[in-house]
Design a protein around this ligand. Structure first.
Ligand SMILES: [Zn+2]
Length: 78
């Protein structure tokens, strides 16, 4: 079985509300995204322009710089 890189483990523990920073910035210049939905593909929303994209987990793992869990206040909003 293929050995999983560390970033892949991080991707596996992601849940809606997490913020991720990706290596490849959005055309709007922002590189932070909010995780909206999880599945075979992750639905991410750009924190600057609000554009939503679908990215395969593997792509997210390849581009992941860091992942931040939601703060308490943000959890209460949902
Ligand atoms: Zn954007």
């Amino acid at each position: 079985m293929e050995r999983l890189p560390k970033a892949w483990k991080t991707v596996l523990k992601l849940e809606p509300g997490w913020k991720v920073q990706l290596r490849k910035p959005h055309p709007c210049g922002n590189d932070w995204w909010v995780v909206l939905r999880l599945g075979a593909d992750l639905r991410l929303q750009c924190t600057k322009c609000g554009r939503r994209v679908l990215l395969p987990r593997r792509k997210v793992a390849q581009r992941l710089k860091q992942a931040v869990p939601p703060t308490k206040e943000e959890e209460d909003e949902t």
